[in-house]
Every structure is written in structure tokens, then in C-alpha cells.
Design a protein. Structure first.
Length: 436
């Protein structure tokens, strides 16, 4: 089947490459000529494990192509996926749909036969209805269908998530759209991946509801971490204790500096805006957003407290900057408010991230960057673990302590054991790990 993918960002590129790996003929389209030139030269615009090899293999087999020319890119396509960005709109938190609607208008004029237009971008409820209206208004061929197919990819594990999904949600209002999407996903259907067919509006809301629920679990365990610290309990043992209940599950119960990234912050805000427009109060999600904002803002205070109440004149090493490991994504990363507050408080900050430096320098230009995790410790009064990269878990704490001026380790991801840190001569402070 021939598929066109409008947008070569995270979702579009991963989805397009995986569809091509299923055997479909895929053309990825983007207005950014530099990005398309880079892709045609084998340069990935994002860092995702395994993506470069997947793209290379399918380009070589002739199943995956890239272009800036939308009319030629959608020629003979049976399905056109829209995977452009929907960032939070300034001022009201609503999803900015200008890129989506711009792509739809251009697409309508380029089509010479009916296709199934599939929204892969995360969009508010009712966006599919507006896309259908725009397609008709702009002269799309009669019989063009609109469907919603939200993505549930985790950065750092996106290819596996696409090929071994928990579920595939397809929102469609007509049989043709359902049949086309069923055929596109047939390789996964044969592997018994659950495919859920719903109405278009239900599919659109499902993505927001899923992310809001996961964000809720994160904020819940972070509040439990604060309680654990106050009463002398350990939040990691607590998380295991509740996570073994299969009604709760262990995932997203890792206490830390708050959630960030490209999805949770903007999707929770967009859900609240959608609810507001519908006249429905969402008290739980609203509280989750507030708890997370407060959480990220409080992290610099933890570092200050560990250093006796002030970071003025202190040298602080930061391990990890991206919002999570196995990605270079800095969007809404907890490291940003932390580092900015430390600098504002008079600290000298030096940081290391295995892959995120290029993106981090754009948002954190006032700090120094190290070439290795070990060199971050040189002369530091405190080390702060912000992102739980696997390579940090194996660091020699004794060597780090020997390189430091002070001996303070603030572990915001609980990747180290207190006893091991103290044996190495470090004053350890984790998250939610109080002592009875």
C-alpha cells in the first residue's frame, strides 16, 4: 500500500519508517528543506535508538522516500497521515492546530482521487470534524475520508512501541477508512496486537486521557515521596508495595523531579482547555498540573538545602539534562528550571548529558558543559542526578568523591543506594528516601 506521511518530526519519521518496514511504500513530506536534505543524506533530525538503521534499510530497499513537494509525495497514496506538530498555544494552553489545518488545506488542493486522511498528530476532540469540513471546503475529491489514529510512542523505545504495541486505536466514521487502516496495520493484527475501532472523537480523546492518567501516577508518587521523607519511609519500597497490585501496576511510579517532555505537559493543558470549553471541570488533572509545576520549581531548593541553605559560590555538577534517558529531547525538561534557579542563586553549573548537549545548549546557554560524567565531578561541591541514563548507574562513586571539592550527592532519580554513596564518602540525598 502507498502511504504519505506529512511531517518528519518524532511521530512522522518513526511511523513512516516502521510502516515502510512492514512492506508499505512510504513517502515522508516536510516543508523544512534542510531536514529533508539531511534525511536523504542519512542524517536523522532526532536521536532515537535504532532509527538511523531502520531508515537506512528501508531507503535502500526503495520503500521509504523523502520530499518537500507535497503534490508528488501524495500522488497515488491510499492513505495520507498528518503528523505535524501541535504545540501548546501561548496564553491559553490549547493545542496550536495551525500546522494541521495548513497541511489539510494544501493537501486538499493536491489530491486527484479520494484518500483516507489520518490524523496522527495529537489533537483536541472535534479536530477530525474540522478537517473533514476543510477538505470539502477546499475541494478535496468526493469520497475522501477522515480518521484518527493517535500514537502512543515512548521516546527512547518508539520503534518497539510501534511494532509491539499495547493497542492500536482507530477512530473512523465510515467503513472505507476502517478497511484501509486495517490493511495498513495487518502485519500487527496478524501478531495479535489489539486493534480498537472507535468513533473519531473517542479516539482523539483517548490519547489525552491516557497521558493525563500517566501524568497523574507520576504526580501521585511524587507527593508520596514527600510524605515518605517526612515520616521516615522509603518511596521505592512503597512503590513496589502498591505496584505489585495488578490493578495499579509498577509503571510510572518512580519518584523524581517531575514530568516533562513533548507530551505530558502540553497534553494535560490541552485536555483542561478542552474540558473548559465543554463546561466540564477536571479537578484531578488540574491538580496534577499544579503539583508537577510546583515539583519542578522545588528541585533547586533541594540542592540548596543539601548544601546548607545556599548555592552562592558553589560549583554544582549536573548529570543528565534531557527530560528522560534515550532521547535528546529537552522540551519541558525538569533540568531547565533546576539549572536556571541554581544559576540565579549564584552557582557555577557544569553539566553532562550523553546525547542531549546540542539541544541543551539552545535552552541553557549560561552553563558549562563537560565531555564526560566523571569530569563533571571535578572540583564540584555537589553532584545532582537529573536524568537516569544507564551509564550513570555504573559510575564509580569513590572516584567521583575523590574528584569533588565537596561531598554532596543529590540523587533526584534514586539510581544509587544510600549505603554505597556513604561508603564512598558522599553525603547522600535521594527523593522520598527518609530514615525511620
Amino acid at each position: 500500500m502507498r502511504i504519505a506521511m506529512i511531517g518528519t518530526g518524532y511521530v512522522g519519521l518513526v511511523s513512516g519508517a516502521c510502516f515502510a518496514d512492514f512492506g508499505h511504500e512510504v513517502c515522508c513530506i516536510d516543508k523544512d528543506a534542510a531536514k529533508i536534505d539531511g534525511l536523504n543524506a542519512g542524517k536523522m533530525p532526532i536521536w532515537e535508538p535504532g532509527l538511523d538503521a531502520l531508515v537506512k534499510a528501508n531507503v535502500e530497499r526503495g520503500r521509504l522516500t523523502f520530499t518537500t513537494d507535497l503534490p508528488s509525495g501524495v500522488e497515488n497514496a491510499e492513505a495520507v497521515f498528518i503528523a505535524v506538530g501541535t504545540p501548546a498555544r501561548r496564553g491559553d494552553g490549547h493545542a496550536d492546530l495551525s500546522y494541521v489545518f495548513g497541511a489539510v488545506k494544501e493537501l486538499a488542493k493536491a489530491l486527484d482521487k479520494p484518500v483516507v486522511v489520518v490524523t496522527k498528530s495529537t489533537v483536541p476532540v472535534g479536530t477530525g470534524d474540522e478537517i473533514a469540513r476543510l477538505l470539502k471546503e477546499e475541494g478535496a475529491p468526493e469520497g475522501t475520508s477522515v480518521a484518527s489514529n493517535p500514537e502512543f510512542l515512548r521516546e527512547g523505545a518508539a520503534i518497539r512501541d510501534f511494532k509491539i504495541p499495547d493497542r492500536i486505536v482507530i477512530g473512523a466514521e465510515d467503513e472505507r477508512a476502517r478497511e484501509v487502516l486495517k490493511e495498513i496495520y495487518r502485519p500487527l493484527f496478524l501478531n495479535e496486537a489489539p486493534i480498537l475501532f472507535t468513533g473519531r472523537r473517542t479516539a482523539e480523546l483517548t490519547k489525552y486521557a491516557a497521558n493525563a492518567f500517566l501524568a497523574t501516577k507520576i504526580s501521585f508518587i511524587n507527593e508520596m515521596a514527600d510524605l515518605c521523607e517526612s515520616v521516615g519511609a522509603d518511596v521505592q519500597d512503597l512503590a513496589r508495595g502498591i505496584g505489585l497490585d495488578n490493578r495499579i501496576g509498577p509503571k510510572f511510579l518512580h519518584a523524581g523531579p517531575g514530568y516533562g517532555g513533548s507530551c505530558f505537559p502540553k497534553d494535560t493543558l490541552a485536555l483542561l482547555r478542552t474540558a473548559e470549553e465543554a463546561g466540564i471541570e477536571q479537578r484531578i488533572v488540574s491538580t496534577v498540573v499544579g503539583v508537577n509545576d510546583d515539583r519542578k520549581a522545588a528541585m533547586a531548593g533541594r540542592v540548596s538545602d543539601a548544601l546548607g541553605g545556599s548555592v552562592q559560590g558553589k560549583r554544582i555538577g549536573v548529570l543528565g539534562l534531557t527530560f528522560k534517558p534515550n532521547t535528546d529531547d529537552m522540551r519541558d525538561a525538569p533540568s531547565i528550571p533546576l539549572v536556571e534557579a541554581l544559576v540565579e542563586g549564584g552557582a557555577e553549573v557544569i553539566a553532562f548529558d550523553p546525547v542531549g548537549r546540542e539541544q541543551a545548549e539552545k535552552v541553557l546557554p549560561k552553563i558549562a558543559y563537560a565531555e564526560s560524567a566523571e569530569s563533571v565531578a571535578d572540583g564540584a561541591d555537589a553532584l545532582v542526578v537529573v536524568t537516569e541514563w544507564d551509564e550513570f548507574r555504573a559510575l564509580d562513586l569513590g572516584e567521583l568523591a575523590g574528584r569533588m571539592r565537596g561531598k554532596v550527592l543529590v540523587d533526584l532519580r534514586n539510581i544509587y543506594d544510600r549505603t554505597d554513596a556513604e561508603k564512598a564518602g558522599l553525603a547522600y540525598r535521594g527523593v522520598g528516601r527518609g530514615r525511620a
